[in-house]
Every structure is written in C-alpha cells, then in structure tokens.
Design a protein around this ligand. Sequence first.
Ligand SMILES: [Zn+2]
Length: 262
Amino acid sequence: MFCEYYRNIYKLYQRSYVALNTAVKIGDREVLFFVKRSRQRRASVSFSVEKDLSIQVSAPYRTSVDSIAKILKNRASWIARRIGEIQKNESTKGTALFLGEAYEVKITRNSEEKNYCRLEDKAIKINIQDEWLSQQGVKEEAALELMCWYKKEIKSIFIEKLGKWSEKIKISYDSFRINNAMRQWGSCDYKNVISLNWRLVMAPKEIIDYVIIHELCHIKHKNHSEEFWKMVEKYYPGYKEAKKHLRENITHYEWHPKEFLL
Ligand SMILES: [Zn+2]
C-alpha cells in the first residue's frame, strides 16, 4: 500500500505535473492531490477528481499548498461524492474467454466490497477493493482475480469430467493436478497421475472433453501409437478436429495475467 502510494506520485509526476503533491483527508480517506502551476494569472484554483482517485489541481504560482488543501477540505463533500461515482462506475476492459465464449470484462473499484470475479449478466465482473491502486495496478489486480477465478472454475469442471469419462472408459487414474504449462494441455505420467492445464478454461467444453479422454487413454497406452488413437477415437470420434482446434487457438489460450488488458 505504501509502495503503491509512491508509485502513484511518481507516475503522476512523470505526467508533467509540476511537482507538489500531498494528501488531504476527505472523510476517512487520504486523497492525493497534484498541483499544476499555471504561468497565467488565473483568477482562481480549479480541480478535478481523476479516475485513479487523485485530485488534479490547477493553481497560480502564488497560491500556497496549505491554502489549496484548505480549498479542497471546504469541498470535501463534493469530492467524496465524485470518488463514490468513480468507484461505482464500471469500466469495460476488453474481453476474456470462458468455455469458448468471449465475455466483456467489467471492472469496478468499490472499496466497500471485497475483491471478486464472477460471471454475471453475460459479463465477467471483477471488483478491486484497494483504493490506492494506480490504473496499472488495477489491471494487474484484475488479471490476478480473473486467473484465480479461472483456476477455481476449471478445477470443478476437471473433477466432473474426469469422473464422467473414467467411468465411461472404465479406466481409473491415480490423481490429477492442474498445471501451468504454456503449451501443454495435459499429460499422464507413469504413475497415472494426470496433469491438466488450467488454460483449458478458455476452450469450449467439448475440447476439454477431448483432452481428458486423451490423457485417460494414456493410462492404457503410454505412447501415441495407432492403438492409442483408435482408443481415443472410440470415445471421441472428432478427435482430429479437436487437435486442430487446439493447434489453431493456442495463441488465444496462452493467456498470461501480464498481457491481460494492456
Ligand atoms: Zn498424448
């Protein structure tokens, strides 16, 4: 939090706000304000509340920081209202894939609510609580929320599908784990432990079925022999299209929080 505070200052400083930044207490909140000095003789001090919840002030050179703080304090209720409006305002940040569908991602910054990510009204809604985050920080936080949600969702899908297919194929696996590999959808080791990539959460459900069937068949055949593919085909006749789908969509599913929403 402390670190974020200084990152914010630095970022805004770089944006050519000519120095002087400090905070003013608005309700329970310390709000950063940045003063841009005007060379022209301005009649008065003006300010606005920015999206990152800081205040940008334009003031003539002669106005002291103390008197600016005093002006802001006098307008505390208006500032608090603006902050509330900005926090509640949803911002749309591109789309994210979930089970083969692209959903709009809507991010809110509501400090009253804990961080969350959920599918609601045909959109992926993410809330970020921390009030000190910079815009860049919000994106990073949102990406992490989304990744946690992805992993939670895919885990239950894997459990359900592994149960269903191992019963149908009449084959049992030792255990399964979720892996983080970039280009491997699944694997099955000599102990019959199945690893599945959480990024499959972005693929359509039938593609997830294919990967699960593929790995379950490896319990019987530890290779990609003709017998192996015959077994796969028995339970998943369209396996060639599924393979092609994964090959063609690999760049869409190579999702990494760092690249998200940039
Ligand atoms: Zn294989």
